[in-house]
Design a protein around this ligand. Structure first.
Ligand code: AMP
Ligand code: MN
Ligand code: MN
Ligand code: MN
Length: 294
């Protein structure tokens, strides 16, 4: 399993998904089994701002015979927008990383209470308590949990509708929030031995100038990767960011961003392959991959 020829040939890497430890609906063990069943050859669980699921995901993956990279997806504020940075292949017991993520998570509860106040103003009462029922990890209360509660309480017919009507900029349940800085997020992951990747770059709505600034600043702080093939990109967006990966000399990543069998459009391990001309992140992370039976 350890030979580098196998790693070169590997195509079905899925390096982005969420468990109940953040805003997914499956436990890490169920995700590991699902990834294996879907033919994933290298897997990373990347819960938002949290590594508490890593040991479980690692053990479950190895028990399934599935090579594993540690992962997380860190919320960062850049140019007044939220950017997601995926960290891969770090030491998940690193104290500075854990402390940084904990500090970031600390903002979530007050934010959630403010979101509920905003919703109460448009006649939706009890949203904070409602969302809490859907939370697997109370420190990780997110817009996704509000969305699930709003659907089940009959206010909307599905999660995308909730985001459109209530949870995005300018809508009653949206609260602007200051997340980690790009520099801190990258430092936490790099100092723990890992690599950082800009998640789903097409999703931010940046102007070309802002996007250029993000890429340059990310690189200046030691960032190496760009998520090119993801469940959050159209085929055209994957082509565009594949070209940008070449232009900026980024390594390319691939991940479904799977959250839930009921909500996610992209199943684990079901993405198109990375275009062959790109250098995949996993070639440079070989020394960080944990193998079954190793
Ligand atoms: P938060 O970290 O609390 O701001 O929540 C962000 C999460 O909400 C993302 O990780 C997605 O899982 C989810 N999300 C964001 N935008 C949408 C959308 N338009 N439709 C469905 N889910 C979304
Ligand atoms: Mn999410
Ligand atoms: Mn994201
Ligand atoms: Mn994600």
């Amino acid at each position: 399993m350890k030979s580098s020829t196998l790693i070169h040939a590997l195509s079905n890497a899925d390096l982005h998904c969420h468990s109940k430890v953040s805003d997914g609906t499956l436990e890490p063990e169920a995700l590991a089994a699902r990834a294996k069943a879907q033919g994933v050859e290298l897997w990373a669980l990347t819960d938002h701002d949290e590594v508490a699921g890593q040991q479980r995901a690692l053990e479950a993956a190895l028990a399934q015979g599935l090579p594993y990279l540690t992962g997380t997806e860190i919320s960062v504020t850049f140019a007044n927008k939220v950017v997601h940075i995926v960290g891969l292949g770090f030491d998940h017991t690193n104290e500075a990383l854990k402390a940084g993520l904990k500090a970031t998570r600390g903002g979530r509860e007050p934010r959630a209470r403010e979101m509920a106040e905003g919703l109460a103003k448009v006649g939706i009462e009890g949203a904070f308590e409602g969302a809490l029922h859907y939370v697997g990890n109370p420190e990780l209360i997110s817009r996704t949990h509000f969305a699930r509660w709003l659907v089940d309480a009959g206010h909307c017919s599905d999660v995308p509708e909730v985001f459109r009507r209530f949870l995005t900029e300018g809508k009653p349940g949206f609260v602007p929030h200051r997340w980690a800085t790009l520099r801190d997020a990258l430092r936490w992951v790099h100092d723990a031995g890992g690599m950082t990747v800009i998640a789903h770059p097409a999703r931010y709505g940046f102007t070309p100038t802002e996007e250029y600034a993000l890429f340059i600043e990310f690189q200046a702080h030691g960032g190496r990767g760009l998520e090119v093939v993801t469940g959050s990109h159209t085929a055209a967006e994957a082509v565009k960011y594949g070209d940008m990966a070449l232009e900026f000399n980024f390594l390319a990543s691939r991940g479904s961003d799977f959250h839930s069998p009921d909500e996610s459009h992209t199943e684990l391990g079901s993405l198109p392959n990375l275009p062959g001309k790109l250098n995949p992140v996993w070639l440079e992370l070989q020394h960080r991959i944990q193998y079954p039976g190793a």
